[in-house]
Design a protein around this ligand. Structure first.
Ligand SMILES: [Zn+2]
Length: 551
């Protein structure tokens, strides 16, 4: 059975053809199952393809679970076509069935179905084929590779559940790159090692990556780390910080070693498909050789997480830690632009080079927190609870009203993006003040204990200053606006009373007036200063409502 891409190397099969291909495979082979799994924004269901020689087709905790996602960006469809050929080879005896024992492969044929249905030939202006392909935005025009935490799309909601049903140790999400020109067809983004951390980062960094690079070279598709260049590759490249909003960062938050293979847009489509298939095979080959190592590493990683107390939640590239890679590029040159008359960049394919270039791949923590034993989330935030549940998080409910002791965060300074970003006005650079308090909680509120497999995910979504927290993604914006104010003419008399009863407020007030001339001339600001320090000022303004419990 040929794939449509094999019959025409510049063709990429569409959504309907792709599902039909897997369905036909499943009719003829008993080690593959094709199921509908949840909804997508397009109205079409998401599909999971399972390859399992044990024929259980259910998650087996003793297996290596290898999860592949395709078509998140349907304009970059190499994985959609490569996976069909690869899965067929697993079914038709090209590979010895015994060599697949103990391995479960879970594959999403097309993730962004709405985007895949929106086919054209122009949206990827700089890409060499295929002749038709889908669009980056999904049915709601969201980039699904930013949606893994906020889950605005049904696609992401289904994905969260499917991913946590399988809890894979290894995850691959197939892409095509933009950017510089160079000699390689395949580039690789491994999940950021310092963010992944623990046993899984060690296995990836010290064993798996070198195997993948060697194996790909052996197959004729020498790889380079993804070319995330300063300006041109000669100036050096960075490792990519894949936060939890991205597929590989999301997978890493759940402990999976994850990769985004990115084929180069300027290479022929046939080569991009072939090199993607080679990558999927190379990964499988590593798994076949090292099943025990992978299982041990994942189990150890989770055990370490459970013991861990201090968690990094944000990172920045460490420019001091400069590494190097041997890179096969084309010399970047400049010539006058016909359009603008200014100098324009081009890469001279007649002037290839091979040289060592700087590589900054180490990230250092900028924020770390001590994990609480539990979080208490008011039941009003059911959209947050729903997302936790989709991620396999065990939540309990408070049985009866009670006063509890713990801490809460007061939101201090923060910034908000000025234009819409993926359906949100994302907050960042969030500063907090932690306060010990006694707080009333109510029957039906939710308790989320951190001592569970999803510990890392729980912390990254509930600590408001983490870059992909639910707070950052606007789930708690209600607290950012003051609901009650005062009338100056009435408050005047009360303010006098407050100052006479509270000498400490009076001292602070006089001090501010002396220091701040603008303040000294602004009557409303002065009254507001006193108001904010009085019991009339609402306690809940800027108070993050999720409580941290420490015992
Ligand atoms: Zn992409």
């Amino acid at each position: 059975m040929h794939t449509l891409h094999e019959l025409d190397h510049n063709y990429s099969s569409d959504y309907i053809e792709t599902i039909a291909f897997y369905t036909a495979l499943a009719e003829n082979h008993d080690i593959i199952q094709v199921n509908e799994y949840g909804k997508t924004d397009s109205g079409h269901p998401l599909h999971e393809v399972i390859i399992d020689v044990s024929k259980s087709f259910q998650p087996n905790l003793n297996s290596v679970r290898y999860f592949v996602n395709n078509g998140i960006h349907p304009g970059e469809p190499c994985g959609i076509d490569a996976s069909q050929q690869w899965v067929r080879s697993l079914c038709d005896g090209t590979l010895d069935a015994a060599s697949l024992e103990g391995i479960q492969i879970i594959l999403i044929p097309v993730y962004n179905i709405g985007g895949a249905l929106n086919r054209g030939s122009h949206s990827r202006a700089n890409q060499d084929g295929p002749k038709e392909y889908g669009f980056r935005g999904n049915a709601k025009n969201l980039d699904l590779n930013r949606d893994f935490i906020k889950c605005d799309s049904k696609n992401a909601q289904s994905f969260n559940q499917l991913f946590n049903k399988w809890s894979p140790q290894i995850f691959v999400d197939t892409h095509t790159s933009n950017g510089a020109d160079y000699q390689y067809t395949m580039t690789l983004i491994p999940t950021q090692k310092d963010r992944l951390g623990g046993a899984q980062a060690e296995l990836m960094q010290n064993d798996m990556l070198s195997y993948l690079y060697e194996k790909m070279e052996e197959k004729g598709w020498e790889m380079t780390p993804y070319v995330y260049a300063r300006k041109t590759p000669d100036d050096g490249i960075y490792g990519f910080l894949d936060l939890a909003r991205y597929s590989s960062g999301y997978a890493a938050t759940h402990g999976a070693i994850s990769f985004m293979p990115e084929t180069h847009m300027l290479k022929p489509y046939k080569d991009r498909v072939a090199s993607t298939k080679a990558f999927l095979e190379s990964m499988l080959s590593y798994i076949q050789k090292n099943p025990q190592k992978i299982k041990n590493s994942y189990d150890l990683h989770i055990q370490e997480l459970l013991k861990k107390d201090q968690f990094d939640i944000n990172w920045t590239v460490d420019m001091e830690a400069q590494d190097a890679v041997l890179f096969k590029g084309y010399v970047a040159k400049y010539k006058p632009s016909v359009i603008t008359g200014q100098d324009r960049l081009y890469y001279d394919r007649n002037d290839p080079y091979e040289k060592s270039i700087p590589f900054w791949n180490t990230y250092k923590s900028t924020t770390s927190i001590k994990a609480p034993t539990a979080y208490i989330i008011p039941q009003a935030y059911d959209d947050v609870i729903q997302r936790l549940k989709m991620n396999g998080v065990q939540v309990d409910q408070v049985q009866k009203d009670a006063m509890v002791t713990g801490s809460v965060y007061k939101i201090g300074d923060f910034k908000t993006r000025e234009s819409a970003y993926e359906g949100h006005y994302l907050h960042y650079d969030i500063e907090l003040e932690e306060m010990e308090i006694q707080k009333k909680i109510y029957a039906g509120d939710y308790i989320v204990k951190t001592q569970q497999q999803a510990k890392r995910y729980i912390i990254e979504v509930l600590e408001p200053h983490a870059p992909d927290s639910f707070f950052a993604w606007n789930f708690f914006d209600g607290i950012l606006m003051q609901k009650e104010h005062f009338s100056s003419y009435v408050f005047e008399d009360l303010a006098v009373e407050i100052l006479s009863k509270h000498p400490e407020i009076k001292v602070a007030f006089e001090h501010k007036k002396a220091q701040d001339s603008e303040f000294a001339e602004n009557a409303r600001a002065q009254l507001n200063f006193i108001y904010e320090q009085s019991p009339h000022y609402e306690y809940t303004h800027m108070l993050y409502p999720v409580m941290r419990i420490h015992n």
